[in-house]
Design a protein around this ligand. Structure first.
Ligand SMILES: Nc1nc2c(ncn2[C@@H]2O[C@H](COP(=O)(O)OP(=O)(O)OP(=O)(O)O)[C@@H](O)[C@H]2O)c(=O)[nH]1
Length: 166
């Protein structure tokens, strides 16, 4: 059972995913994955972190500046690999996998791309934010988030995943 959340920038994708993750953890399910919050300084976005679920281990994913792999103005940071390995180590015990997001930045980093490829091959329930420009060729239910449906989608997606877990 895979749920993909997509939609325009700033519409509430991350908010839905994090709500579902928190509610699953409250219900004592083991959720494993990662999310990539943006980092702003003085109102300007200077980069993104990558944070492991559930350990909370955090490293720079990408930040403004020069580097061997660049996505737009952001240089992908090697240290992100430490979080990728943390997630990989936790995968076997996962009951649900949560990823925010499957996007150009994440897919540009070989170790994150291979983690995502590995997760997409697993049969475990998955909830993932998918960037609007990324097309995944795997089975799953895709929800396009809008201001109008984002409130209802939170509960609907949570219930669908809880029902799968039994
Ligand atoms: N009022 C209201 N605001 C919301 C809701 N969901 C998200 N927001 C706000 O909308 C803004 C963007 O939310 P995100 O969840 O970061 O949106 P996103 O689609 O993940 O954004 P990107 O990852 O930048 O594309 C934040 O300030 C949220 O607090 C909601 O249900 N109601």
């Amino acid at each position: 059972m895979r749920v993909f959340i997509t939609g325009k920038p700033g519409v509430g994708k991350t908010t839905i995913l994090m709500y579902v993750v928190k509610e699953l953890i409250k219900r004592n399910y083991t959720v494993v994955g990662f999310y990539c919050p943006e980092v702003r300084e003085g109102g300007r976005r200077i980069g993104f972190k990558i944070v492991s679920i559930p350990t909370g281990k955090e490293r720079w994913l990408a930040k403004v500046g020069e580097g061997k792999i660049k996505v737009g103005k952001y240089a992908v940071q090697d240290e992100a690999e430490e979080v990728v390995n943390d997630v990989k180590d936790s995968l076997p015990k996962a009951q649900v996998i949560a990823i925010d997001e499957i996007g150009p930045m994440e897919l540009s980093m070989p170790s994150i791309k291979s983690l995502i490829d590995e997760v997409l091959k697993l049969e475990k329930p998955l909830i993932a934010v998918v960037h609007r420009n990324v097309k995944l060729n795997v089975d799953g239910k895709t929800y396009i988030v809008t201001e109008e449906n984002r409130g209802l989608l939170k509960e609907k997606i949570l219930e669908e995943i809880v029902r799968t877990l039994g």
